[in-house]
Design a protein around this ligand. Structure first.
Ligand SMILES: Nc1ncnc2c1ncn2[C@@H]1O[C@H](COP(=O)(O)OP(=O)(O)OP(=O)(O)O)[C@@H](O)[C@H]1O
Ligand SMILES: Nc1ccn([C@@H]2O[C@H](COP(=O)(O)O)[C@@H](O)[C@H]2O)c(=O)n1
Length: 256
C-alpha cells in the first residue's frame, strides 16, 4: 500500500459564490477595485455569506450569470435543490459526537480512508454533495461555473442538517465538505499567478458563519505520480478540473 499523507486543512470559504452590488459594465470592461469591494453589510466578493445570499448571485457579479433561482424554470432540479434547502433549519448545531472531514484531490484515498474510519469508529459516513441531491450532479456539472458552484454550495448546507442529526447519535465522518467547494472555486475562478491569490488573512479563507463547523478537517495528499497512476488504473473519464490540473500545475498550487 502506498503511503497517504494527512495534514490538517485550513478552513476556507469560496471567493464569490454569493451576489454583490449591481455593477453595470460594458462587455470586456473590468470592474474597479471599489466596484469589487464588499458593500456595507457584507455581500461583496469576500463577504460572509448567509446561504440565501450565497446562492443569490453569480461567482463574478459583473458577468451577469444566472443563479439557481433564476435557472429553476429551465432546470427543474435547481428548484428541487432550493426546496430541500428551504426545509433545512438555519444555524445547524452539532451533536455531542465528533465530526471529522476528509478532503483531498481525486484519488487521494478519501473513499478508502473514510470507509475504514467509519467502520473503526462505528460512525456514520456522509458525503458532499449529499445522497439526496447527488443524482443531479451530472446536470449541474455541465452548467456554467456559477450554477455548478451554487449547486455544490447548497449541497453543503443540506449536508449540514444531516451532520447535525447524525452527530447526536454517533461520530460523523465526511467525504468532502465546504473546503472542496471553496478550493475548486478559488482555483478555477481566480486567473493569474499563485502570488495573486488573496493574502493569507483574507476573509475569503474564513468558514461561513452560518454553516455547521466540523471538529477536524484532514487533507489527504499523495505523490502526484502515484495519484496519476491511480487515476489511470481507475480508467474513468477525466473531470474538467482534472484536465485543467494536468494542463496547469498552478491549478494544483491554488487548490492546495
Ligand atoms: N493507501 C493506498 N495505497 C494504494 N492505493 C490506494 C490507497 N488508498 C486508495 N487507493 C486506491 O486509489 C484509488 C482511489 O482511492 P479512493 O477512491 O479512495 O480515492 P478518493 O479520494 O475517494 O477519490 P475520488 O475523490 O476521485 O472519489 C482506488 O483505486 C483505491 O483502491
Ligand atoms: N463539496 C464539494 C464536493 C464536490 N465538488 C465538486 O465535485 C468534484 C469532486 O467530486 P468527487 O465525487 O470526485 O469527490 C470536484 O471536482 C468539485 O467540482 C465540490 O465543488 N464541492
Amino acid at each position: 500500500m502506498e503511503k497517504t499523507k494527512v495534514r490538517q486543512a485550513v478552513p476556507l470559504q469560496p471567493m464569490q459564490v454569493h451576489g454583490g452590488a449591481d455593477i453595470h459594465l460594458q462587455p470586456g470592461e473590468d470592474p474597479t477595485p471599489e466596484q469589487v469591494k464588499a458593500p456595507e453589510g457584507g455581500c461583496g466578493p469576500v463577504g460572509s455569506p448567509h446561504w440565501s445570499r450565497l446562492l443569490a448571485g453569480p461567482v463574478a457579479p459583473w458577468r451577469e450569470e444566472p443563479t439557481l433561482e433564476q435557472c429553476a424554470a429551465r432546470i427543474p432540479e435547481a428548484g428541487a435543490v432550493l426546496d430541500l434547502l428551504e426545509k433545512c433549519p438555519e444555524h445547524q448545531k452539532k451533536g455531542r459526537f465528533p465530526v471529522v472531514v476528509f478532503e483531498g484531490l481525486d484519488a487521494t484515498g478519501k473513499t478508502t480512508v473514510t470507509e475504514s474510519v467509519k467502520d473503526t469508529l462505528n460512525g456514520v459516513l456522509l458525503r458532499s454533495p449529499p445522497a439526496c441531491i447527488s443524482q443531479w450532479r451530472t446536470i449541474f456539472d455541465d452548467e456554467p461555473a456559477s450554477i455548478k458552484r451554487a449547486f455544490y454550495a447548497a449541497g453543503n448546507y443540506i449536508l449540514a442538517s444531516e451532520i447535525a442529526e447524525a452527530s447526536t447519535q454517533a461520530p460523523v465522518i465526511i467525504d468532502r465538505y465546504w473546503h472542496s467547494t471553496a478550493a475548486y472555486t478559488i482555483a478555477t475562478e481566480i486567473n493569474g499567478k499563485v502570488q495573486d491569490l488573496p493574502p493569507v488573512h483574507d476573509e475569503v479563507y474564513q468558514w461561513p458563519e452560518d454553516l455547521l463547523k466540523p471538529d477536524l478537517v484532514l487533507l489527504l495528499t499523495v505523490d502526484p505520480e502515484e495519484r496519476a497512476h491511480r487515476l489511470q488504473r481507475r480508467g474513468l473519464e477525466k473531470t474538467k478540473e482534472e484536465a485543467e490540473l494536468e494542463a496547469n500545475c498552478l491549478f494544483r498550487q491554488r487548490y492546495t
